[in-house]
Design a protein around this ligand. Structure first.
Ligand code: TEU
Ligand code: CA
Length: 537
């Protein structure tokens, strides 16, 4: 018997860029409320809100300065309570982002902790330097050392991400009690679960120097450590198990075995995790080093995870990743077909599908021309690091243009009105100029639109025990062809995906269930970027 968070499709909202309701150019909670009918119409069963808490916006909400309040830029606690009520009226559950590896450096705990005698000192990880240098050789996810010197207290503090995001110290039991309190605060308001930010990094087994590696020196001391499992079991036992809720871990560098250790029901830790392996299908080592997209690599990663881990959280894009149609599909001739192909892939894999705002209308990477338009701290840090390393400006910009998180953070495109109907004011970040062509209004009433196809596929999945609960088996993985079978109770569906602009020979039999092309029956040849689902009975 499936749980509700396995039956439903999740829609991720990055509030700052979703819908502005008061003309200040920043998305907000009343804006989300105004769009709930759109999401209901799409067939969404859960919304995941990226952080809605007060934040100085060093990392746009992932640096939290108060865990039990609402960012005044987004609205009030009354707005949040109204949002939860309005979503519930539409049978849409809401989950929040739980960011407990670190707080903002503006959180009152940290501000107090800068005093060595503060009771909050040990909420964070402080160490003296070594000969005027950081306590160890660990590197930050956002480039540079993972330590920042604080002159006020004469020591360094650890930050795996930006220096504005000091890591919490889970060796201090008070920190875990604070987290339990935060969970209860929101669960008592009716929140139905949490997406747990970098949750597999929260326990640092040692602060010893790390083995030298490209990028994240030190990773082996904090990646998916046993202490992290103990914390998750405690949170589940003491809080989460008392509510009808789910948790999905964002677990970078996770392996299938680690995922099993986090998510097998008998482990009583997380319900599912996001992995990143398929995101490497167009990357070389690091996300900043692009290589030609390989559909075969994408298919192999998805097959590996879907066969080795019983239940996955599947996604193709989010607020950290470039747009999937630009990356794994085609922005030109086959924009619509390839967006629909990616829709079929996401909604026919075994696991909970996560759709990111704008993916349902085929929003593309940004059309920015320079760093002055970029807001993301990660992009600026990497750009400056590349500059220090002597990488020429043209190549630096090419890296940012292809991989910047701002590709996913341009305002949601609702209509062809100014600023794509996102705001009546000046948007906090530039709207993609293609909004007149790509927007919800243009697609809502068009039965052949990408949005209409998402609506169809969400309904198809919702009505199919085979797609929701059926077994998965890869049938063929070739250069541009991915064929897999979903089966249950003697019935099966075959999914055929052609990731190329060429016609592909794919001789498989079955009754046509759906294609992203207009056809009555399947003839054994996939058109460019064609996706076909066949019923084999
Ligand atoms: O991201 C964690 C993470 O792995 C990032 O390094 C991410 O993979 C990278 O930015 C991709 O380019 C989470 C949040 O999703 C991200 O928005 C936050 O910046 C980060 O944690 C720190 O909270
Ligand atoms: Ca606003």
């Amino acid at each position: 018997m499936l749980k509700w968070w396995q039956e439903r499709v999740v829609y991720q909202i990055w509030p700052r860029s979703f819908q502005d309701s008061n003309g200040d150019g920043i998305g907000d909670l009343q804006g989300i409320i105004a769009r709930l009918d759109d999401l209901k119409d799409l067939g969404v069963g859960v919304i995941w809100l990226s952080p809605i808490y007060p934040s100085p916006n060093a990392d746009y909400g992932y640096d939290i300065s108060d865990y039990k309040a609402v960012n005044p830029e987004f609205g009030t606690m009354a707005d949040m309570e109204q949002l939860l009520a309005e979503a519930a009226k539409r049978d849409i559950k809401a989950v929040l982002d739980l960011v407990i590896n670190h707080t903002s450096d503006q959180h009152r705990w940290f501000q107090s902790a800068r005093d060595k005698n503060s009771p909050y000192r040990d909420y964070y990880i402080w160490r003296p330097g070594r000969g005027g240098r950081p306590p160890n050789n660990w590197m930050s996810f956002f480039g540079g050392s993972a330590w920042e010197y604080d002159p006020q207290s004469g020591e360094y503090y650890l930050h795996l991400f930006a220096k504005n995001q000091p890591d919490l110290n889970y060796r201090n039991p008070k920190v875990l009690e604070e987290v339990k309190d935060i969970l209860r605060f929101w669960l008592d308001k009716g929140v139905a679960g949490f997406r747990c930010d970098v949750i597999n990094l929260i326990w640092k087994s040692s602060l010893a120097d790390g083995r030298r590696r490209i990028g994240l020196t030190g990773l082996e001391h904090y990646l998916s450590q046993e202490g992290c499992h103990e914390i998750l079991r405690t949170l589940r036992r003491d809080v989460l198990s008392h509510y009808d809720c789910f948790t999905v871990g964002e677990t970078c560098f996770v392996t299938p075995q680690m995922a099993l250790d986090f998510t097998l029901p008998e482990r009583q830790e997380l319900d599912m995790v996001f992995n990143f392996e398929h995101m490497g299908a167009d990357e070389f080592m690091l996300k900043w080093f692009k290589r030609r997209f390989s559909p075969e690599r994408l298919a192999r990663a998805l097959t590996k995870w879907t066969t080795q881990v019983p239940w996955n959280a599947h996604y193709l894009e989010n607020h950290d990743q470039p747009r999937s149609v630009s990356r794994f599909g085609d922005e030109g001739t086959y924009w619509e077909k390839s967006a629909k192909l990616l829709c079929v892939l996401l909604l026919t894999l075994r696991g909970t599908p996560f759709i990111y705002q704008g993916q349902e209308i085929g929003m593309t990477n940004f059309d920015y021309t320079g760093m002055d338009q970029i807001k993301d701290i990660e992009s600026h840090n990497i750009y400056n690091l590349a500059k220090r390393l002597g990488i020429p400006p043209g190549l630096r910009w090419k890296m940012i243009k292809a991989s910047s998180r701002d590709n996913a953070r341009t305002p949601m495109q609702w209509s062809a009105e100014p600023n794509a109907g996102f705001t009546t004011g000046t948007p906090w970040i530039k709207v993609n100029s293609n909004y007149r062509r790509i927007n919800v209004e243009a697609q809502r009433g068009d039965p052949n639109s990408i949005r209409s196809f998402y609506k169809q596929m969400i309904a198809l999945r919702g009505g199919s025990e085979i797609l929701k609960a059926g077994d998965f088996q890869a049938v063929k993985i070739a250069k541009n062809l991915f064929v897999f079978r979903r089966s249950r109770d003697g019935k099966s569906l075959l999914v055929l995906l052609n990731f190329s602009p060429e016609v592909a020979d794919a001789q498989y039999g079955g009754e046509l269930v759906i294609s992203n092309y207009d056809r009555e029956r399947y003839d054994g040849r996939l058109q460019p970027y064609e996706a076909v689902v066949l019923s084999e009975q």
